[in-house]
Ligand binder design. Sequence first.
Ligand code: ZN
Length: 169
Amino acid sequence: MSEMEQTIEKLKGLARDSWSGEEGERRAERLEKYLRAKLIEYSEALNTPQEEILRAWEKKRDYSAINYYQECNQPSIQPGKVRVFESVGDMLQAIGEKKFRCPACGGISTDPYQCDSGKKVKKKTCDWKVYGFLGDLGKGIHVFCKDKMRGETIFMPVSWESSSVTVES
Ligand SMILES: [Zn+2]
């Protein structure tokens, strides 16, 4: 049995032991289904072997498997809407100056998650949050750092805006 299969079996065991009887078995099956789908998705998006991804997740996991392997910790990577970096350092370098476009007011925020542009929207200072209910309004970007095996959605860095502008002839 490969290292990856052994790990999946171990995780299923943990899920099974988290509840007695049939419910335990259901949890184990649900975890396996979730894991395999996520591993395929991440492996393809990141061009990285599944074994490596699972190893990185397990290294980072410091609480129960059932709670760790959840959509909030392994969010979907949408092809075309994600930029992948080897490390957080590489990402920060690519962003450059800390200026991010707020999707709500259009102002420039120094915070990539919550608008601090100071612009007023309906007499109220904008404090739009990318993690709020309406998220990035489809205008942000998902950045993924391979060293952390984790991605998140942020306001679009101003330095990346020009690359998405369509040149009209
Ligand atoms: Zn704003």
